[in-house]
Design a protein around this ligand. Structure first.
Ligand SMILES: [Mn+2]
Length: 400
């Protein structure tokens, strides 16, 4: 179970990895949408993993020297409380298992006290590739960094150390992923069963949403993709507004979030009668998915995996007469085949060079043929075990 013991143990783990120094990690800020309306709050994953707190503007001080930790509460005005509520100090203590709650003045005192020895502090820095892709990052990270720079001689970053720890899932985390997978699979079965009664893509979206919320899930872990016909060739299609047309394939990429963890499953189903071509593309992706899953075992180098996946996908494309020049590969299979899965739907593997027991990764081959309005993806969630792998989503049939 994800509880205060789990979060407390995670704080110990990071303190063991970076010993004898303070580690200070902030929650995200709530972002404004327009006027006085905010976006739905999404917590910074490392902060959640270390504390279990799902509220904005808090931060945690982990002191590796005394083996103690404190949460720092934001100053919340009376009016703010009326609109958004607030987390009581008692609840914050019992969720996180910290040793105490500080207000901002007390936190400044604590930070000054901790700055004496060893003179540096670790925190989470902005994503390194943010600038390259023009990503806009939540300002909380930079704000904390500025505050720490005013107090500590040196601010260092522990993003990589945290992602390495988070890449190897603990038994309670695997249980949470299993729960998210179960809810998602049941949602898929409901949708498949009712598919012939749906008129629009959003009818299926609504069924998933209803099922997830009624069955102990926090809702969708990411914006669901329900894409029929040519829409499936737009990889991040999320409007889900089109009519479901007979004689089409419909691609679903959906995952529930349970206890803070994601599932991420794709299936492609038939609407009405399909052509032989539709069936051939689906079969090719289904076979590739099975062959790729079979590769997974601890010790397999990520580079070797990629090469073997390329071989399997080239065969699949050749079988469909889609591989006449070398640029066709990236044209018909334009995304990567796997990513980590955990608190983040795209969880980091901590720059690992090989698969390790306890990693949970997706396997999601897809073939997208714009000129034929066909897109197929089949995605399973796989746990790397001590001697091979376990397909966590095996209970959901991959057939049309
Ligand atoms: Mn995925």
């Amino acid at each position: 179970m994800i509880d205060s013991k789990f979060h407390k143990n995670n704080r110990r783990q990071i303190s063991k990895t970076i010993p004898n120094c303070p580690i200070i990690i902030t929650a995200y800020n709530k972002m404004q949408q327009s006027n006085d309306v905010a976006f739905r709050f999404k917590q910074e994953s490392n902060f959640w993993w270390l504390t279990g707190i799902d509220e904005p503007n808090w931060f945690v001080i982990i002191d590796g020297i005394s083996d103690k930790s404190w949460l720092v509460a934001p100053n919340i005005s009376g009016a703010h409380k009326t609109f958004d509520g607030d987390l009581s100090f008692n609840d914050a203590m019992s969720i996180s298992g910290v040793d105490g709650i500080l207000n901002n003045d007390e936190a400044t005192e604590k930070l000054i006290q901790l700055a004496g020895e060893p003179g540096f502090v670790y925190t989470v820095g902005d994503l390194t590739h943010a600038e390259q892709y023009s990503f806009v990052i939540n300002p909380a990270l930079q704000k904390l960094q500025n505050r720490l720079e005013g107090i500590f001689g040196e601010v260092r970053f522990c993003n990589l150390e945290l992602s390495k720890l988070r890449a190897i899932k603990q038994p309670v985390e695997i249980e949470a992923i299993r729960d998210a997978v179960t809810v998602t699979i049941n949602g898929f079965n409901k949708v498949k069963q009712n598919l012939s009664t749906f008129d629009y893509e959003y009818d299926a979206e609504a069924e998933f949403t209803y099922y997830f919320r009624k069955n102990g899930s926090n809702g969708h872990a990411f914006d669901p993709i329900i894409a029929n016909g040519k829409n499936a060739c737009t990889l991040h299609y999320i409007s889900n507004n089109s009519l479901l047309e007979k004689g089409n394939l419909v691609l679903f990429d959906v995952g529930a979030q349970v206890s803070g963890y994601s599932a991420d499953i794709s299936r492609t189903y038939a609407i009405g009668e399909l052509s032989e071509r539709h069936i051939a593309v689906h079969d090719a992706v289904e076979q590739a998915n099975q062959q790729i899953i079979e590769l997974l075992r601890p010790g397999l180098k990520l580079e070797d995996y990629k090469n073997q996946v390329d071989g399997i996908m080239q065969n699949a494309l050749r079988q469909l007469n889609l591989l006449s020049s070398s640029s066709d590969y990236a044209r018909y299979f334009p995304h990567s085949v796997s990513h980590g899965l955990g608190v983040d739907t795209h969880d980091s593997l901590g720059q690992a060079t090989e698969f390790l027991p306890g990693m949970v990764v997706t396997v999601e081959p897809g073939i997208y043929i714009h000129e034929e309005n066909i897109g197929v993806r089949i995605e399973d969630d796989i746990l790397i075990t001590d001697d091979g792998h376990e397909n966590l989503t095996a209970a959901l049939d991959t057939s049309l």
